[in-house]
Design a protein around this ligand. Structure first.
Ligand code: APR
Length: 255
């Protein structure tokens, strides 16, 4: 597909970012929902199409919401999981994975996304800040102090432990919950240690992920943003490329 011509100023920015990416000793990619938008996965805050413009995150992406109506939350995640199974990695995911394979030891990928598209594109070592939508975990520690029995499926309800009634819940970080400690530590190390942080498809609305651009910049990295729209962290960037992941990442990262 012929690539759309960029305005001259953007073409110059792209050339600068590409030159750095191709020679930098360490590159960190931080992705948000926009990374998967061209795979057909809805973002959260895009006007009209974003999930939070159609659903209430407090009801569907919080422990309180799950406890209040486990069946509704479980059904919503089942629908999102089905959408993900039907989706494919896009040219952006593929460009990131191919770059990493071509330059061993250079790339770290940190994602806010709970999908598996970076992994399916060929980058299994993706650092997941907000968990994995295709995995489940128990809602409570087992009251008997042991591993719960295998969950029993129940139509329209989250699977439950036959012994203690514990429920399975999606293994994602809900609002108000802590990020996996190992993931945020690894992400901050990558942001501090890279020469280029490439921030792709995030509104920069959610911390601590949004803080990684500032961490990188203060550590001496150059920061480039790929996003068709303005984000809350544009001021942390040295370069801003107004375009999409699937269009710009191949231009930035391909050999
Ligand atoms: N390519 C690149 N960026 C895109 C594209 C695209 N094709 N389409 C949309 N975008 C940009 C939007 O302009 C927006 O800035 O992606 C961003 C998506 O922002 P959000 O929907 O807020 O998603 P994200 O930043 O990942 O949200 C962070 O919030 O709800 C929580 O846990 C959830 O991980 C999520 C976190």
């Amino acid at each position: 597909m012929a690539m759309a011509e960029l305005p001259a100023a953007q073409a110059a920015v792209l050339a600068d970012v590409r030159a750095l990416a191709q020679r930098a000793p360490r590159v960190c990619v931080l992705s948000g929902a926009g990374m998967s938008a061209e795979s057909g996965i809805p973002t959260f805050r895009d006007a009209m199409t974003g999930l939070w413009s159609r659903f209430d995150p407090a009801q569907l992406a919080s422990e309180e919401g799950f406890r209040a109506d486990p069946a509704r939350v479980w059904a919503w995640y089942a629908e999102r999981r089905a959408g993900l199974h039907a989706a494919q990695p896009n040219a952006g995911h593929r460009a990131v994975a191919a770059f990493g394979r071509r330059r061993p030891g250079v790339l770290t990928v940190v994602t806010q996304n709970v999908d598996d598209l970076h992994q399916r594109a060929g980058w299994p070592d993706t650092i997941r800040l907000h968990g994995d939508i295709l995995a489940d975990r128990w809602l409570e520690p087992c009251p008997h102090g042991r591993a719960c029995a295998p969950a029993q499926a129940r139509p329209g309800q989250p699977p439950a432990c036959a012994d203690c009634g514990n429920l399975l819940r999606p293994d994602v970080v809900w609002f108000g919950e802590m990020l996996p400690a190992g993931a945020i530590d690894a992400a901050e190390r990558a942001a501090r240690g890279c020469a280029l942080l490439l921030v792709v498809g995030t509104s920069g609305a959610v911390w601590p992920a949004a803080g990684l651009a500032g961490v990188a910049r203060r550590s001496g990295a150059r920061v480039a943003i790929v996003n068709p729209h303005a984000s809350d962290i544009d001021d942390d960037a040295h370069w801003v490329l107004r375009g999409t992941a699937a269009d710009l990442l191949p231009r930035l990262l391909d050999a």
